[in-house]
Design a protein around this ligand. Structure first.
Ligand code: SF4
Length: 499
């Protein structure tokens, strides 16, 4: 398929795309492929918000499914709504969720014919800025590649930010104006001092899908957030209560009123959806109208027969929840507090309500973890698998900025792999274990704890081919005496350093 045919094929199956031409337009770029991007509620919300502003339009672009094929085609990166080269826009906005998407930012700029380093660009190049979930923890590695970073929730700051840019007489004055915004970081003017993250007014909530497409993980699913944030305090989590002042609820009636008549599948998403006091009623109400319902982030201590019955009616066949720590001791250490008994009850509830499988997420390589902790999970996993088929989704622990575990070291690729082998060996033949790569978790760790130097190393890794060995070489070549971490910690909106 040609590169333009790839775009046409995706567009053909979309419902809800906004076809707007306006005097001022923004290329809204997601640095991962279409399938990932269109599952992002934040990206879809910003797309709708910009298009709702008088005189402004947002046109989407994505990292191509196959970057090399696109490069060889000689076609510049194009926006979907206009088939217009991204480089022809005055403003390019990236939505960045994960550390490793920095490579996608670099590829997207290069495919657009724009020098990836901000210092190599002139006043004739577009203004490039970024926002998105990564800004809640540590966006500093992005600093060499962008002109500005919008920190935190951009639901309402996006309009004044774009107004500042479009009303400025030059790129330089736009950056000076942006630097006065309390939640915008301008790397050329602010050094490494990050401003506090923004929090949108409750009236802006909830975020909800604009476009439905079969070409995402959450196929043809209308997404809506019944709540934003979390009131709990897990010490590894960026979304914990200190990040944006806890959990904000959206009333059942408001959630239901947003679901379009033709949406057959509805996903209720948020950091802690099962902590919403009306969540069971919301699920029942959606199922009563014949819809399938998906629910993210189920907490084991919030499960009960009524919610399980609602989920089962809504099409759930797998119950997914999290243990996070491999043992009770580790769960206490990370303030997760889920008990073994709650996980056992989750398995029993899932079985009683006819679910086919229980899936548990957990981390390995947490600070202070030993083989005994892994052995406890082996024992529990084997026990639970006698109640219901069990899958474990395992991720190596990566310490994030803006959390109490900020600065904790990575356990090491060899150690994480050894713990994974021990876990697999202990549950072999009884539990399905799926683990994310320890190597790429180390890359994520270096960036999560890093700054501009680590960001520049990503450029070297991308130029060298982007294999793990390229990333490793680029990181290992960094001077040992570089500042390991910025001394400046992100603060919450009240200006307090987070703890
Ligand atoms: S891990 Fe989940 S429950 Fe814990 S603070 Fe984060 S969002 Fe809340």
């Amino acid at each position: 398929m040609g590169v333009k045919a790839e775009i046409a094929a995706y567009l053909r199956d979309e419902i809800g795309a906004i076809d707007k031409e306006a005097p001022e337009s923004v290329a809204l770029v997601y640095p991962s492929p279409y399938r990932v991007a269109m599952s992002s509620l934040g990206y879809q919300t910003i797309y709708r918000t910009i298009n709702s502003i008088d005189g402004m339009a947002a046109h989407r672009a994505f990292l191509p499914d196959d970057v090399e094929t696109w490069r060889q085609s000689g076609t510049p990166l194009l926006t979907y709504e206009r088939m217009r080269p991204v480089a022809n826009y005055g403003v390019i906005a990236f939505s960045v969720a994960y550390e490793t998407e920095l490579a996608g930012v670099i590829h997207s700029l290069e495919l657009s014919g724009i020098p990836p380093l901000a210092t190599d660009r002139t006043s004739r190049h577009p203004i490039v800025f970024a926002g998105g979930p990564l800004t809640f923890s540590n966006p500093l590695p992005l600093a060499p590649f962008v002109d500005a970073i919008v920190m935190g929730e951009a639901d309402q700051s996006i309009q004044p930010v774009l107004r500042m840019i479009f009303d400025s007489v030059s790129k330089e004055s736009a950056l000076r104006n942006l630097a006065t915004h309390p939640h915008v970081f301008v790397p050329a003017l602010h050094g490494d001092i990050l401003p506090p993250i923004d929090k949108a007014d409750d009236a802006r909530l909830p975020a909800f899908s604009q476009i439905m497409t079969p070409h995402t993980e959450l196929r043809n699913m209308f997404l809506v957030e019944p709540e934003r944030g979390c009131h709990r305090g897990c010490s590894y989590c960026v979304m914990r209560r200190s990040t944006n002042d806890g959990m904000r609820l959206v009333k059942k009636e408001r959630v239901l009123s947003l679901v379009p008549d033709d949406a057959k599948r509805v996903g209720l998403v948020g950091a802690a959806t099962t902590d919403h006091p009306q969540i069971t009623e919301i699920v029942h109400a959606l199922v009563d109208t014949g819809r399938e319902v998906g629910l993210s982030s189920l907490r084991a201590d919030r499960l009960n027969d009524d919610l399980m019955a609602a989920l089962r009616r809504g099409g759930h066949r797998t119950l997914t929840t999290a243990s996070d720590g491999a043992s009770q001791r580790m769960r206490e250490v990370i303030h997760r507090h889920t008990s073994e008994e709650q996980l056992r009850q989750a398995a029993l509830l899932a079985r009683r309500h006819g679910m086919k499988r229980l899936k548990l997420y957990l981390m390995v390589g947490l600070p202070g973890e030993t083989n005994d902790d892994i052995d406890e999970m082996v024992e529990l996993g084997n026990e639970l698998s006698s109640l219901i088929p069990l899958s474990l989704g395992v991720a190596p622990f990566v310490a994030k900025r803006n959390t109490p575990l900020d600065g904790e070291p990575f356990a090491g690729i060899n150690l994480v792999d050894a713990r994974l082998r021990r876990l697999r060996r202990g549950v072999r033949g009884r539990v399905d274990v799926r683990a994310t790569s320890a190597r790429w978790a180390w890359v994520e760790y270096v960036l999560a704890q890093g700054g501009r130097a680590e960001g520049l190393a990503v450029l070297e890794a991308v130029k060298a081919g982007g294999r793990f060995s390229d990333w490793k070489r680029a990181f290992n070549a960094l001077p040992a005496d570089r500042p390991r971490r910025s001394l400046v910690r992100p603060t919450n909106r009240l200006g307090r350093a987070t703890a």
